[in-house]
Write a protein that binds this ligand. Structure first.
Ligand SMILES: [Zn+2]
Length: 250
């Protein structure tokens, strides 16, 4: 079974009143049909690909392809083929595809880029499996704690850490590639652990905490003064508050 190719539908039919059938010599017995071919994908018409004309004698049933047409039949075809117009649905697939790309491009062009998105991406790039005590002590001790208490099946050696302080806020980022293996209900326990560790640092006292936990590739847990999120694709906007208010807002 072909999932793509061409198909045809009748787009015009007319009689040829005076023409004589070359086979049975009857006059006015020939009918001409014009088919519009169109390319399809999964039987959805994409776009037209030419016309096919066939003449049939209603008396002797002989059919002729266009290249076998007598001059008279050919003349009739030239005269009438303009009337055989395609239904617009022959263009349906292409129209849908164009519409899709146009709307995607328009949406993309008008999308407001939040500069905080790039800042968070840059910080997520900093995630490391070997945080240094000298440069990121919070991450260093968080790793030490997780290495101690996380079961080996979760592969804590592959966890990554990064933390950053900014004024009265702290950003705590983690990556746990095996996070999806935990029941969804159990995942927020990671945030609880991070909070407990942070509680042990006197200098973090009273700082607003923005905690983001990435799974294999997407953010799965977000905890911020604005709320908590626990899903396979958590909205990273929950962490944007760390970088300040949205442009133009207080
Ligand atoms: Zn005939």
């Amino acid at each position: 079974m072909l999932i793509y190719g061409t198909r045809a539908t009748t787009i015009g039919e007319f009689t040829v009143p005076q023409a004589e059938c070359a086979s049975c010599h009857q006059r006015g017995t020939q009918r001409m049909a014009v088919f519009g071919r169109y390319a399809h994908l999964f039987w959805i018409p994409l776009f037209p690909v030419g016309k096919v004309a066939v003449a049939e004698c209603t008396h002797c049933l002989r059919t002729l392809r266009k290249k076998e047409f007598s001059p008279e039949l050919r003349r009739k075809y030239e005269e009438k083929q303009g009337e055989a117009s395609r239904p617009v649905w022959h263009w349906a697939g292409l129209a849908v595809i164009l519409l899709f790309f146009t709307s995607t491009a328009i949406t993309e062009a008008f999308r407001e880029v939040d500069p905080r998105e790039a800042l968070l991406d840059a910080d997520l790039e900093q995630l490391t499996a070997q945080p240094a005590l000298a440069t990121d002590s919070v991450a260093y001790y968080t790793k030490a704690y997780f290495d101690e208490y996380i079961v080996p099946e979760m592969e804590p050696e592959d966890f990554k850490y990064y933390t950053r302080e900014e004024g009265d806020k702290i950003l705590l980022l983690l990556q746990i590639p095996t996070l999806k293996d935990l029941d969804q209900d159990a995942r927020p326990e990671v945030v609880t652990m991070v909070n407990e560790i942070a509680d042990d640092f006197p200098h973090l006292d009273g700082k607003q905490r923005y905690i983001g936990v990435k799974g294999q590739s997407s953010l799965m847990l977000v905890s911020s003064p604005g709320g908590e999120e626990n899903s396979s694709y958590a909205d990273e906007e929950g962490l944007y508050g760390f970088y300040g208010p949205k442009e133009g807002e207080q």
